[in-house]
Design a protein around this ligand. Structure first.
Ligand code: FAD
Length: 490
């Protein structure tokens, strides 16, 4: 057995690296996190996440504390130059199948602080800041990562079972594994202006407004507390110096606020892009988050997609660290995640087109025309792409709902890095190699399973359904599926 210093090295401690590290640490792995910055970035980029992501935060154990610092997002309206609503995307205040509200607004530094504080509680997690990774070696049985301390210039190397690049849009690890980006076609410079209100401004919208305008598309975000954001498309070759000129900027903002009503916390420019890495894995190296994909932020889904990656990969890596490397299991990561994220990117690009034009664009199959002629959009929840399990199984790749037991305890807490069989059949649990939950554990289980048109389901640790069956031979059903996950080592 090869000696490794760590089970996993994570390169980059942004929101995605922080989430992944927590999920892995919960499975008792030895983790080294290398981050080139001295501390967390104190200004937000992401301002929104959804119910599925809050469920992951709940798994990590930060949802309760985070709840105090976030607000429920009421939805988004796309309006035209005359101020008329051309597309409505409501996010009703109703608890979803994930057990949380559909959409939240947050302050990114609050989230990153929570993730880091939680990591400090794990004895096997080591975080090194001011450390930049600059060399890697990918061997059949381990990885080597070389990093330097950016303060002293000293160099170190560590050996681990796996290395995961959570190192953002300009990922070094992506270069190391020689993965090109597939350009999906959207590229536009946008100015982002974050303000802190000095006074109560009840006349500002309490939801996101997308101002569709072929000359100057813009977005207004109702962020947490006194924070508000405007994102404004820049014209080709427009001089930033001119655009950010204090007088001109306030003139632009004067439709909403005046200089005595707010301070500008920051103004900056981002190039909104849509792209996806061609390879998300080479050997024992993986890409997660912005390192693997980029989306324009019109749906607020870039970070969310990265957190879905983390949730998909964490349990697979944990099983491989504990029970041995399994190619098939690890190969399923890219195929399951890439089609799901592509769906979000394509929809966000359509929204970008709508913002840049006026009307006439089909945003997605979930858009429909209301009787008054305006368009309404439903939230998308794409299934996982091909991967583990049988694609002809209609339940495979769907998310399993968040449930409470009869004592109002969250069933999600029963998941670890192992899949669970959920069945309505009376069976000898000793014959089944994984944890079994039945009608004694889950109230109204028969009604729930009826919705899936099945008697039994295997649910993966990331709460996605691996398989469903009406068969009574649950031993065979479980053995077949479990062998895929553990590489028939169980
Ligand atoms: C204006 C704007 C608004 C957005 N709004 C939303 C939103 O509302 N909702 C949403 O879900 N997403 C949103 N996004 C997208 C979101 O911000 C990103 O998807 C998310 O921050 C990516 O997280 P990450 O952890 O993958 O990468 P990053 O946050 O970029 O973190 C990467 C980390 O890796 C470190 N690093 C890089 N190279 C190395 C190296 N060689 N060695 C060591 N460390 C290294 C970096 O210092 C950094 O800390 C928005 C983006 C923008 C620009």
């Amino acid at each position: 057995m090869i000696h490794t210093d760590f089970d996993v090295v994570i390169v980059g401690l942004g929101p995605v690296g922080g989430t992944l590290a927590n999920l892995l640490a919960m499975n008792d792995l030895r983790i080294l996190i290398l981050e080139k910055e001295a501390s967390l970035y104190d200004l937000p980029r992401a301002v929104h996440f959804d119910d599925e992501i809050m469920r992951v935060f709940n798994t990590i154990g930060i949802a309760k504390s985070l709840s105090k610092k976030i607000i429920i997002n009421k939805g988004t309206k796309f309006i035209d130059k005359k101020g008329e609503v051309i597309l409505d995307w409501p996010r009703p205040k109703i608890i979803t199948e994930n057990g949380w509200y559909p959409s939240y607004r947050f302050h990114q530094p609050d989230l990153e602080r929570s993730l880091r504080n939680k990591l400090k509680k794990f004895g096997k997690v080591k975080i090194l800041q001011n450390t930049e990774v600059h060399k890697t070696i990918n061997k059949k049985e381990f990885t080597t990562v070389t990093y330097k301390n950016t303060m002293t210039g000293e160099e170190f190397s560590v050996k681990s079972k796996y290395t995961i690049g959570c190192d953002g849009a300009n990922s070094f690890i992506r270069n190391e594994i020689k993965s090109d980006m597939e350009n999906l076609g959207f590229e536009q410079r946008w100015a982002v202006i974050d303000v802190i209100l000095k006074t109560k401004k009840n006349n500002l919208p309490d939801r996101t407004i997308q101002y569709c305008n072929s000359k100057r598309p813009a977005t207004y975000c109702r962020n947490v507390g006194n924070r508000r954001r405007w994102e404004i498309a820049l014209k080709d070759n427009e001089s930033l110096e001119k655009f950010f000129d204090k007088k001109k900027l306030w003139k632009f903002l004067s439709k909403w606020i005046l200089p005595n009503e707010a301070i500008i916390e920051r103004k900056t420019v981002y190039t909104f892009q849509s792209a996806i890495a061609k390879k998300w894995r080479r050997g024992r190296f993986f890409l997660v988050g912005d390192a693997a994909h980029l989306t324009p932020p019109f749906m607020g889904q870039g970070m969310c997609a990265g957190i879905r990656d983390a949730s998909n990969l964490a349990w697979k890596i944990s099983i491989c660290c504990k029970k041995g490397h399994n190619e098939k299991l690890l190969n399923s990561y890219q195929s399951e995640r890439s089609s799901n994220v592509r769906n979000y990117i394509n929809t966000a690009m359509k929204m970008g087109e709508l913002l840049n034009s006026i009307g006439g664009i089909k945003v997605s199959d979930t858009v429909y025309i209301k009787p008054d002629g305006s368009i309404k959009m439903n939230t998308i929840k794409p299934k996982l792409g091909r991967g583990l399990g049988n694609n002809s199984d209609i339940n495979r790749g769907k998310i399993f709902p968040s449930l409470k037991d009869e004592f109002n305890r969250d069933i999600d807490n029963l998941f670890s890095s192992e899949p669970i069989l959920i069945t309505n059949n009376k069976i000898d649990k000793n014959q089944i190699k994984i944890k079994v939950l039945d009608y004694l554990d889950i109230p109204d289980l028969d009604v729930l399973l009826q919705k899936f048109g099945t008697d039994s389901l295997i649910v993966r640790p990331d709460r996605f359904i691996l398989a469903g069956t009406k068969s009574n031979d649950l031993k065979k059903f479980c053995d077949n599926h479990i062998n895929i996950i553990y590489g028939s080592k169980v």
